[in-house]
Design a protein around this ligand. Sequence first.
Ligand SMILES: [Cu+2]
Length: 478
Amino acid sequence: MRYESRRTRRDFLAGLAVGTGLLSGGCNRALHPVESPGGPADVTLRIGPVLVDIAKDHTISTIGYNGGVPGRLIRLREGAPVTVDVFNETDTPEYVHWHGLMVPADVDGVEEEKSLVAPPHGQLRYRLTPRPAGARWVHSHAMSMSDVNRGTYTGQFGFVYIEPASDPGRYDQEVFLATHEWEPFYTTAEMEETPDAEQLARKAAQPKDEKPNGWEIGYQKFTINGKCLGHGEPVRVKQGQRVLFHFLNASATENIQLALPGHVFQVTALDGNRVPHPQPVEVLELGTAERIDAVVEMRNPGVWILGTPMDDDRGNGMGIVVEYANQGGRPRWVKPRKQPWDYTIFGENRQAPSPDETIPLVFGKINGGAGGFNHWTINGKSYDEKAEPRILHKGRRYRLVFDNQTDDAHPIHLHRNSFELTSVNGKPTAGVWKDVVLLKGFKKIEADLTPAMEGLTLFHCHQQLHMDYGFKLLFNVA
Ligand SMILES: [Cu+2]
């Protein structure tokens, strides 16, 4: 796919940075009040308290990176090693996870892999080599458990964009949008999608648990790039432009949909990886931690709302205004048609090569009951830090069979690797590479993994409450 090149990306970002206060080049040197030994690093992450003005007279007090939420865009070049400084200005140990990067376990930023920890009021310096190219991100990997002021509930997240070594890419306009929710509360309400016939039948056939479902999380406020709908700068476009959107669902727990009425998204990459068959869709779906790159041709002048089709959530902020030049008036929203999300439309219609070994992973739930937390199991067991990691061998092709025996959707994530989708709800596919896949209630997805790097590799559900209460499994690649 070619993009027009009237302006370079960097020029555009420099312009946008003024408006949103969140984007800049990969280098944060101007913000170093304290020099680290050995001089400034290529990338600095300062973890500390931040106030986020999400709307007029509505400020969130949270923890963020480099004083903003989201943290400023970090642009890196594929294969070019960088030095990273992490300053932790909080009272608690922190883990900074480089999501979607193939990096060694010690810098991956996750406790279970025995990564380096950023100590309270301490500093951490390390080197990493950014790869593969594409839309990645960085976020806290701290456990939250029942504390909704920790981990991914906070503002500790930001885009990482890794430029390909060979094709730097020039765009007309490039826009990074990250969704996040605020003011979480515990609720017994289950916010499920309308189930299909299979899901209804499976739910009816489930043995009646002695305990009811445990706590779920709801939110008061919803934001894109730290602003509720109507409270930030609009995305300013011109008629005829091709705008490349990078979407990131930086939620702790929510799976979301996004639409831009009067326009279609030409999806070019999932989780930063180019898809074999870019396709136009009206509604995007992103499980927690998923990314989508999509090009929109601006051919419908006006002022529009890019937002969630869920009216309540959009009313509470989940949207951003897209404004054409020389257009005014109230931003328009039109309810999109229902269109089920299907990963396979972006893939190749063929059978993937046979795996060397198949690993069944059955996901189960033990209901927590009123006032309790549900616990999650993989092959009948909740995560046990004392258990020996499951050994995988470098270069061997494994087929992971994700079998969801629960009525909940799970954004399943594997660290330090991408996997290739090979079957989605019985439909074979190939060529779609991801690091998170959204597995709906009672559905089955198969994905092939050929580990390329040795070391500990965490597999887990990216829904923070599910991960914290058992939905994790540790691999060790030998
Ligand atoms: Cu889950």
